[in-house]
Design a binder for this molecule. Structure first.
Ligand code: SRM
Ligand code: SF4
Length: 638
């Protein structure tokens, strides 16, 4: 006989109390929204996240002793990155009308709007919902946007299943509270796509305690999850979703005829950590077995119930499911999941190795139509100098009514393109300075990611998105100087250790640790199947070249065949790299070293303008800076 697991009694953290008292995410958000203020109280801020919004302030505008420049970030929840044309146009309008004039494609395939004032929040959310979008559950302690490969291959059923099940898992774990529609749409119910009947049935089916006796939130109850919860569905061999970083990843298993059989299941991944707190760490998900397609919702519910009932609700730093898996060990964790599931989990099916995929450029989608993956540096859709991506995308979506998929690498993909539309679309993109040939993009840029950090992220310690173009340019110059001009690897940067751009799975990860200083993580694999490790805690941004040069030289001298930089660092180990660096003599290089070139720091906003003007004049920022300084010095001399 299977017994219902009994959850342990827990001492609640502050946020648990806020959730519990909120009447299913209603108060105090509903009341405070009506107040004529520019910000919310702490309790409302916590709950607002569940509605898809973060209270932020523009950190560039902080003045000691003065009130912060409060504004709100809105994040969409769109499984598999799917954005219908009318939603894209609405987001674009909102960015202009209420936001900061940009749209931000995120690392979980959503869009973010920044800079919205409190008084405009309701109208912005209502517009999104009325355009078939949603922000409900984009943030907060519940299931977040479910990821799937952004690959609209109509002739590859496994990709269709991945998208279908990403949608279904998102539906299964969607909060059921009416709070969202009451607050943002005055109770008007949105017209949403019908849920799959199997999903509806699964939400109500109680397998050994997976459902709570709670009519309003059968899966979550009054306290929702202990912490955020992240899922992805992918296909064998495709690691575009970074499956090792997710709480739960499902891998589609089909038979030879391409019919869906079930899913391999991975669990316990997660990246966030805190500096100087050894008990927090990134963790790669473990394979836990295989589940038939008919049982997949029950297994997902069983995993959710395990974390819901046994996850740490006292210490939020220890509340992600990865810590439960780590503390218990995989075997005990799986045992508890099986109690809720009601049967044993089958062994995993064999899988091919996972590869990095980004789906850029023009490609056939398998039904006579085309798709186009467009690289967006750090996901920021904006008009800047000759690069008018925002205008270009708006015009194309407006004119051709094309759907979009946001990719897990902060890029966007337009699909269902009639071959006759290729040439005019290509022409339009060229006219607005948008590159569509992925081979023409520097691979350091193509494979890199950076989180937003300053000025919107309240947790940022350093810059990230605003400085990474300059960092990549400097690394490219350094590689060229070392005779490695064609070399590339996956570089990811974040402004703090939370890991939003998944730096712990990069070959070279920069993680903000002190102002202008970064932890450096090395040894991740080029396909994000192995975690990197901390090489150093502090690298000043000014020391980038002198820090990296010995490593690159060692790599050049000692790599095996076509070994990637990440694999090299992992194979030789950090002691060997440190030893090489300690005895490395830069003057032994025939070429002039960059270390001898003086460097100066400038304010980020000045750097931004410098880059903008340099791009519009088609010259490197360093050349423009030299010209500008020379011109100024000339005036002083005169
Ligand atoms: Fe994140 C918090 C941005 C993906 C781990 N993340 C934040 C906040 C909301 C800051 C805050 O709490 O005040 C950031 C807003 C910045 C801004 O100004 O926009 C933020 N996270 C992002 C995005 C926009 C980064 C990007 O470059 O695209 C991504 C939005 C994804 C989405 O559409 O849902 C984003 N965040 C991630 C990922 C990657 C992923 O999910 O694949 C991670 C690491 C994976 C993981 O969760 O383990 C991630 N974000 C965090 C954490 C650390 C969580 C933890 O377990 O410790 C925080 C802080 C927190 O939750 O306390 C955080
Ligand atoms: Fe902010 Fe840190 Fe996430 Fe970057 S990694 S967006 S700095 S929370």
């Amino acid at each position: 006989m299977v017994t219902t697991p009994t959850p342990p009694v827990k001492k609640l953290s502050k946020v648990e109390g806020i959730k519990e008292r909120s009447n299913y995410l209603r108060e105090p958000v509903a009341s405070e929204l009506l107040e004529d203020t520019n910000c919310f109280t702490e309790d409302a801020i916590q709950l607002l996240k569940f509605h898809g919004s973060y209270q932020q302030d523009n950190r560039d505008n902080r003045v000691k002793g003065q009130e912060k420049d409060y504004q709100f970030m809105l994040r969409t929840r769109n499984p598999g990155g799917f954005i219908p044309p009318q939603l894209y146009l609405t987001l674009d309008n909102l960015a202009e009308e209420y936001g900061n004039g940009t749209l931000r494609a995120t690392t979980r395939q959503g869009f973010q709007l920044h800079g919205i004032l409190k008084k405009n929040l309701k109208s912005a959310i209502a517009s999104i919902v009325k355009s078939m979008g949603s922000t409900l559950g984009a943030c907060g302690d519940l299931n977040r946007n479910v990821m799937a490969p952004p690959a609209p291959y109509k002739n590859r059923p496994e990709y269709q299943y991945a998208l279908e099940y990403a949608n279904n898992i998102a539906d299964l774990l969607r909060p059921q509270t009416g709070a969202y529609y009451e607050i943002w749409l005055d109770g008007e119910k949105a017209i949403a796509a019908e849920e799959h009947p199997a999903v509806k049935a699964a939400r109500q089916r109680n397998g050994n305690g997976t459902i709570l006796a709670d009519a309003a939130e059968p899966i979550y109850g009054t306290q929702y999850m202990p912490r955020k919860f992240k899922c992805a569905v992918t296909v064998p061999g495709d690691n575009s979703v970074d499956l090792y970083s997710q709480d739960v990843s499902l891998v589609v298993i089909t038979n030879k005829k391409g019919e869906l059989q079930g899913f391999n299941v991975f669990a316990g991944g997660g990246l966030g950590r805190t500096h100087n707190k050894e008990e927090t760490f990134p963790r790669a998900a473990d394979p836990i077995g295989y589940v038939d397609k008919d049982d997949v919702y029950d297994l997902v519910k069983a995993i959710v119930a395990t974390q819901r009932d046994y996850g740490d609700r006292t210490n939020r730093r220890h509340a992600r499911m990865k810590y439960l898996v780590e503390d218990w060990g995989v075997e005990r964790f799986v045992g508890k999941v099986e109690e809720y599931f009601g049967k044993a989990i089958a062994p995993s099916k064999p899988l091919p190795p996972f590869k990095y995929e980004d789906f850029l450029g023009w490609q056939e989608q398998g039904d006579g139509k085309l798709f186009l993956g467009i690289s967006i540096e750090n996901g920021r859709i904006k008009d800047e100098g000759d690069w008018q991506l925002r205008t270009a995308l708006r015009e194309i979506v407006q004119k051709y009514n094309l759907p979009m998929l946001v990719t897990p690498h902060q890029n966007a993909l337009l699909y269902d393109i009639d071959p006759a539309q290729k040439s005019p679309i290509q022409k339009l993109l060229k006219q607005y300075g948008v590159q569509t040939d992925p081979q023409a993009i520097d691979p350091l840029v193509r494979y890199s990611m950076a989180c937003p950090a300053m000025p919107t992220c309240g947790l940022a310690i350093t810059e990230s998105e605003r400085v990474i173009p300059g960092i990549l340019e400097r690394i490219r110059v350094l590689l060229a100087k070392l005779g490695m001009a064609k070399e590339h690897f996956v570089i990811r940067m974040t402004g703090c250790p939370n890991g939003c751009a998944r730096p712990y799975l990069a070959e070279l990860g920069f993680v903000g640790s002190f102002p202008e200083q970064y932890q450096v993580w090395l040894g991740g694999s080029a396909d994000q199947t192995r975690l990197a490790k901390t090489y150093t805690d502090k690298m000043h941004v000014n020391d980038l070249e002198s820090f990296l040069e010995p490593m690159f030289v060692y790599f050049k001298q000692s790599r095996q065949g076509k070994e990637s930089f990440g694999d090299f660092c992992d194979r030789v180990g950090f002691d060997a790299i440190r030893q090489f660096a300690a005895t490395y003599d830069p003057t032994s290089l025939k070429t002039r070293t960059l270390n001898n070139r003086p460097r100066i720091s400038i304010k980020p906003d000045v750097y931004g303008r410098l880059q903008e003007i340099a791009a519009s004049q088609g010259k490197p920022a360093s050349q423009l800076a030299t010209e500008a300084i020379e011109a100024y010095l000339q005036t002083i001399k005169d």
